[in-house]
Design a protein around this ligand. Structure first.
Ligand code: NAP
Length: 313
């Protein structure tokens, strides 16, 4: 097994996958890439190779990816910059002699999916498939932690969850299951070459179901009310989130640049059935059943989203 690069190693998924790879084989050769190596100071102190790398800076990626065999390409966050950033990363992988890329895509990727982020991922999937590199694509469902702690938890205070997700189904997946699937594909890349996996949780749920489970877990009554896309856009207007991505807008506290057209289009994609996907791929890859949404909610209910890590979920 050659060196594995984790690009996006400072984020939650990157941290989890790093831990899983080191637990599986403490001698595994890793390069951890981040735009800000200070974030991974502790890993560097442990003797791991930590490099600066930015999907918008090809030179930085040339150095960071050199000497590696496999790349874990964790998708970037900002709509509008993602396709070109990922292209830069794929080109750097080719130059560095990397043979295999494991990429984090999103569930329901297909040309007519209205979710703006799905369009970015669809293009990167095509770019990867046309690159000549071996690849494994992980189309991750919406994280259970986002459903539990970003969408449901605020509704536990108000009793009401309003979204443009209609009566659409989705099968949220725990981040731990995404991480276990990714780590296994990285360690056994030849076995998973050419695969496009739908990484989903255990069951298809509507947001009526999510509200029911959330009511039981939080011990309060939570009602889900489907609303129109326009109503959701107006809500995001009211909390100061811009409608469209603007490269000059200031990042929010979490360092991302949210735009409501991306957020609401993802909700509409659920309403239109693009997330109604349930697979057995987590079990196929890892040999273990994925965690239920209820179990994630129970473990994480007293935390903010940013506080959830591998220790609890
Ligand atoms: N399925 C879902 O529900 C869902 C939800 C949200 C996001 N996602 C996707 O899944 C990915 C991983 O999730 P996560 O929870 O680990 O996200 P996260 O904690 O926000 O981490 C994102 C990682 O991407 C890196 N990154 C962002 N822009 C970059 C750039 N221009 N160049 C290089 N690295 C860049 C960041 O590194 P530095 O900041 O250190 O450079 C960070 O390590 C996300 O990035 C996003 O694309 C999926």
């Amino acid at each position: 097994m050659g060196r594995i690069v984790i690009s996006g190693a400072s984020g939650d998924l990157g941290r989890r996958v790093t831990d899983l790879l080191l637990n599986a084989d403490p001698r595994v050769e890793l390069t951890l890439v981040t735009r800000n190596p200070e974030k991974l100071g502790r890993r560097a102190e442990q003797g791991l190779r930590v490099c600066r790398g930015d999907y918008r800076d090809p030179e930085s990626l040339n150095a960071a990816y050199s000497g590696a065999d496999t790349l874990f390409l964790i998708s970037g966050m900002n709509l509008g910059r993602r396709i070109s950033g990922h292209r830069t990363a794929i080109a750097a992988a080719q130059r560095a002699g990397i043979r295999h890329v494991v990429y984090t895509s999103v569930g329901g990727v297909q040309p007519k999916n209205p979710a703006l982020s799905a369009k970015d991922h669809y293009q990167t999937e095509l770019d990867l498939q046309g690159s000549g590199l071996a690849y494994t694509i992980l189309r991750n469902s919406l994280y259970s932690e986002i459903v539990s702690n970003v969408l449901l938890a605020p509704a536990a205070a108000t009793g009401l969850m309003k979204q443009a997700t209609g009566d659409g189904f989705l099968a949220p997946v725990a981040k731990s299951d995404v991480a276990r699937s990714a780590a296994t594909c990285l360690l056994q890349n030849e076995r998973h070459a050419g695969a496009v996996y739908e990484i989903t949780g255990t069951e298809l749920l509507t947001f009526h179901d999510v509200a029911r489970i959330g009511s039981e877990v939080h011990g309060v009554s939570i009602r889900y009310v489907p609303v129109s896309a326009e109503e959701r856009l107006s809500f995001f207007d009211s909390v100061g989130i811009p409608r469209t991505y603007d490269p000059h807008m200031p990042p929010s506290a979490d360092g991302h640049m949210w735009a409501s057209d991306e957020l609401v289009s993802a909700e509409v994609a659920v309403a239109e059935g693009y997330q109604a996907i349930l697979s057995h791929h987590v079990k196929h890859i890892t040999g273990q059943d994925p965690a239920s949404l209820r179990s994630v909610m129970e473990r994480c209910k007293s935390l903010r989203y940013a506080e959830i890590d591998a220790a609890v979920s």
